[in-house]
Design a protein around this ligand. Structure first.
Ligand code: CDP
Length: 217
């Protein structure tokens, strides 16, 4: 398939920092950026708003998805994340979203973050990164991102709940039959536990430049 620019796949488990990295990579390399998790979150939101169980068939919601549904404000909640993971396990939901993702990168290439970008959506991506960190690190990052104070009263218990929720979602995402989260054979894994966002970006850019040769500025 001829594309108008390189495709960079950024996959990994929940709250590993894929979004932060992918957005910064896209800005550095002047490529379009797509957060594919938002597509599944938006479908999960539509299902919840319709009063439907996210475990029930949701293909019609994925087919009816509009761009503005991904701009809805409350897509970042834990409830929506869980619903997203449930609808994302349905093969019919995933197939309904494949073309949108492939078309996104057609004109100029792009940076896409998700779970299956390097394995299922773009198995021929120019660069594949798998961004990960320990469950404790990821839970703390998401905790702070959601506006919680880790030193507040009761924070330890809520942080433990968050860790358990992330691990449950990772197990579901990695264990499902349809495009499970896994490290592509040709992906470079970046462990981010001890790395700052700047350090992750620097390492990713090093990999990108190595893989793309002199084309990346
Ligand atoms: O931000 P976080 O890493 O917590 O999640 P996300 O990337 O917004 O994805 C939410 C859920 O959507 C995941 O738990 C997956 O079940 C699903 N997803 C997927 O199946 N495939 C993708 N390419 C992206 C997300």
């Amino acid at each position: 398939m001829m594309r108008g620019g390189p495709v960079l796949a950024v996959d990994g488990p929940a709250a590993a920092g894929k979004g932060t990295l992918a957005k910064r990579l896209a800005a550095e390399l002047n490529l379009p950026y797509l957060d594919t998790g938002l597509l599944y979150r938006a479908v999960g939101r539509l299902v919840l708003d319709a009063g439907q169980d996210p475990a029930a068939p949701a293909e019609q919601f994925a087919r009816a998805l509009k761009a503005e549904d991904t701009q809805c404000k409350d897509l970042r909640t834990q409830e929506v994340a869980r619903a997203a993971s449930q609808v994302a396990s349905q093969p019919a939901v995933r197939s309904a979203l494949v073309e949108t993702q492939r078309r996104f990168a057609q004109a100029r290439g792009g940076v896409l973050d998700g779970r299956d970008i390097g394995t299922a959506i773009f198995p021929d991506a120019d660069v594949k990164l798998f961004i990960t960190a320990s469950p404790a690190t990821r839970a703390l990052r998401r905790f702070v991102q959601l506006g919680e104070d880790p030193k507040a009263e009761g924070a330890t218990a809520r942080l433990a709940e968050m860790t358990a929720a992330l691990q449950a979602r990772d197990a579901a995402d990695a264990g499902r039959e349809a495009a499970p989260m896994q490290v592509a054979a040709d992906a470079v894994v970046i462990e981010t536990d001890t790395l700052s966002a700047d350090a992750v970006l620097a390492e990713a850019l090093r990999v990108v430049r190595e893989r793309l040769g002199t084309h990346a500025s």
